[in-house]
Ligand binder design. Sequence first.
Ligand code: SF4
Ligand code: MG
Length: 328
Amino acid sequence: REKLIEVKNLKKYFKVGRKATLKAVDDVSFHIYKGETFGLVGESGCGKSTTGRTLIRLYDATEGEVIFDGENVHGKKSTKELKDLNRKMQMIFQDPYASLNPRMTVEDIIAEGIDIHNLAKSKKERRDRVFELLETVGLNKEHASRYPHEFSGGQRQRIGIARALAVDPDFIIADEPISALDVSIQAQVVNLMQKLQRERGLTYLFIAHDLSMVKHISDRVGVMYLGNMAEVASSDELYDNPLHPYTQALLSAIPVPDPNYERSRERIILEGDVPSPVNPPSGCRFRTRCPLATEVCANVVPRWTEAEEDHWVACHLYDDEYKHDFNK
Ligand code: SF4
Ligand code: MG
């Protein structure tokens, strides 16, 4: 399979106050295949949105690389190259209302990218494209002259999707696109996104705060904890065979819907709170809450290891050098 995006040792730090540094994303590596949906999950503040934004250069990287279709996203670029990159990588936001300008008509909102990238030769062509996009997302041309406040949450998210599609992108980051919507509407938006993916060969990074939300949407899933990637695997593999103690704990909290399901999971309760990313624990960042933590976990940062084929994990339990330190 062909990789669309390769993230290599990506770091994004923010200065807070005079001396402190918030290590929002700290040495994260993973890849996304062309045409797949990659689900990125973790508690709020774990760095998933920052990872997404740094991927598409909304933020500069502090260190590390992002390779998009063979191109170094954070490399030196001409204005034209930057514009082209901006066109190929779009974003859909959690709160479509906050991300839609309330004083602009839906037509102008959707056409913003068309204007910036000169994708229409005339007013008529611009309008026709907007009408077509509205139909594509399940709205219609009568909606073009209206304003965002006249729409429901689900419809606003459709407008946000139309705006992203307007520039014909290859890659879309959806940052908790359904979290703010009613459950009954969530499935409709997800179905729409999946339909568009099939029709247009789109690649998605789908950010969510819980694993149950991304299970059916994602081909592969990454689990983040406190600025680090804990585990990445195909969706089925991650749910059937979670390796990282954090993933195991997250999965144990999801009720099993099928009563005949045999391997019911014992609920793992995590003690304590997530530490501050300004002053994260030494060694493994999860060690203050990990039921299996041992001495080496405090002293050595776990290596990012391919424990099984295309199943990656950062935990000493799966590292030949340290696995014997457990259960002594
Ligand atoms: Fe737990 Fe140690 Fe593995 Fe971290 S490295 S997840 S503390 S067992
Ligand atoms: Mg977020």
